[in-house]
Design a protein around this ligand. Sequence first.
Ligand code: THU
Ligand code: ZN
Length: 291
Amino acid sequence: MNNTRLTQALATLTPDVALALTTSLGQQGFTGKIPASIITPVLNQPEKLMPWLTFAAQFAITPVSNFNVGALVIGNSGAAYIGANMEFAGQALSQSVHGEQAAINNAWLHGETGISHLFVNASPCGHCRQFIREIAQHQQLQVYVLGKDKIAFNQLLPDSFGPDDLGNKFALFEQPQQVFVASEQSPVIDEIVEHANASYAPYTGYYHAIGLITSDDQLFVGRYAENVAYNPSLPALQSALSQLRFTGYDVTDIKRSILVHKTGQNIDMAQHYSSLLRQLNALNLDLVELS
Ligand code: THU
Ligand code: ZN
């Protein structure tokens, strides 16, 4: 994949840092991850990580606001993950992905077990604070907003409504693996099923994941991340589209979409996803049920 967006974003970094990132890339190319070898040496000088916010913001899609948010989270492995906001022209604002959500989703999909630091170029909004409240390590999370002093997450969201309020003992990043089985099997469906089983839906049981297949047969899978306050939940389609963006593909490169979902629950998002996919690239959503 010729990732022209990456090329543009690299131009915002100093040449040595840009070179360190490009030489670290493997066969898969850029997937939104910055290796620990680049991050760890400067972790005690947070100001040196701020340029990554400008880099991350290059991946934003903001046809509605023209306000580009760049975020970076550091995972427990020491690697960092970028995030950028994504808006959908002609759709409801509720379809938007916030930069912080994108970065956290990026770390989660890369297999991190938690995050320790969040960097962002604008103060995290209430919706993002509530989204972060769902994470196991939120109590230890350090937040660095561009131009401001470091702040502990708990100071940003005192007296919060959290998973306990709905009797949920689990947390995002520490969710138990589900063991649902799909109504059909294939290598592609099996991979989406794995992600559906790793999705987080403790309040509804509507475990699901969406796979997007590009015309050159690359598969991008997004997982659902539910929230105790419902509305800040990150839909699986947004999760997948956000990852697709980092790699240089566009929505117009998608030829097939598949939703693997646990039906028979109190909610169902198939219609909701179908309508967005139809508008984005005239795509039909194939459905696979889990039981
Ligand atoms: N936005 C974020 O990405 N993070 C925040 O916490 C503040 C708001 C985005 C959402 C929308 O795309 C745009 O900024 C204007 O609100
Ligand atoms: Zn936000």
